[in-house]
Ligand binder design. Sequence first.
Ligand code: ZN
Length: 102
Amino acid sequence: MIGKPWTVRFYPKKKFAQKYPGTLGVCLGWKRQIRLPLRGLKEETVAHELTHAMLHEMCVTSTDSLRREELEEVFCEMWAKFGVDMLMLADQIWTEYQRRRA
Ligand SMILES: [Zn+2]
């Protein structure tokens, strides 16, 4: 993600639900790791967690005082620069998820 290595870990669905109740996926920025359940995953969740990873690398998550307009600019810039790459990456992860389920 933006040149930094991230890893994706798939967890058995039950273990994932115990570890992260009520969540569909998890992005651990300090570990540069995305954790996903091995069952019941949606492709949209993969893109969602990748967006968290992207925002982490852009250092946006370390502020709590961004105005709405500023946040909008960050998102627009992010999608303009990295949107295609992010969706291609989400598709690769989704393909790996489907391969492991087979
Ligand atoms: Zn989220």
